[in-house]
Design a protein around this ligand. Structure first.
Ligand code: ADP
Ligand code: MG
Ligand code: MG
Length: 195
């Protein structure tokens, strides 16, 4: 399965809406195990995405993902900006060069985060949502349950990357903020795939 431009636009626009509606929740999650700014950081990036699309409506998938990447790299800041930015930049390159399936596209994004963040599954980061979603898409088994159980698993993990890792064992029993914002990204994707 592949995502057409019109659906990919819906996907990113829904993501923007969800992040902005849940800005306070993301800040709250980050207050518990980080520095409290993940919602504020992401909100800035979402405004930059909106500005970018208003200025120039993306004409193809590569442009859409590239504009998303640039907005996030330039405006989100923190650890998460370059990570989301790399994911979308790599996805932009992938749709340009190959007729890539959605599952493989999300894996490309996941691999970009792993490379940029020197991180992998099990470190209590956004990767712990991206990778299970990639896997589920490959198995044609992507649904809300995949996202919910990924977040449950994330909650139990001890962080070994990012700010939360400074807390060691105390990072347990909290949802990672980047995993939560990634859940919004993929809940948005589910909504698009659903209709
Ligand atoms: P900062 O920690 O710089 O304040 P944010 O609060 O915006 O940045 O983002 C924090 C999120 O970034 C974490 O919840 C985690 O999901 C993600 N993150 C941080 N470091 C890494 C990493 N090395 N690899 C993957 N994700 C990471
Ligand atoms: Mg933070
Ligand atoms: Mg910060």
């Amino acid at each position: 399965m592949k995502l057409e431009l019109v659906d990919a636009k819906k996907w990113i626009n829904l993501f923007v809406e969800k992040v902005q509606a849940n800005k306070a929740n993301l800040n709250e999650l980050d207050t518990a195990i980080g520095d409290g700014d993940h919602g504020t950081n992401m909100d800035r990036g979402m405004n930059a995405i909106k500005d970018s699309f208003a200025k120039k409506d993306p004409e193809n998938l590569a442009d859409l993902y590239k504009a998303t990447a640039f907005a996030m790299i330039q405006k989100v800041g923190g650890a998460s900006g370059p990570l989301y930015g790399t994911a979308f930049l790599d996805m932009s390159k992938a749709v340009k060069t190959e007729n890539i399936e959605l599952a493989d596209l999300i894996q490309v994004g996941t691999d970009g985060i792993k490379r940029r963040g020197q991180s992998d599954v099990g470190m209590k980061t956004m990767i712990d949502v991206w990778q299970p979603v990639s896997d589920a898409l490959k198995n044609d088994a992507f649904n809300q349950k995949v996202i919910d159980s990924a977040l449950e698993i994330v909650k139990d993990l001890v962080a070994t990357k990012g700010r939360a890792s400074y807390l060691e064992e105390k990072s347990k029993d909290h949802i990672d903020p980047g995993a939560e914002s990634s859940a919004y990204l993929f809940e948005s994707l589910l909504e698009v795939l659903g209709d």
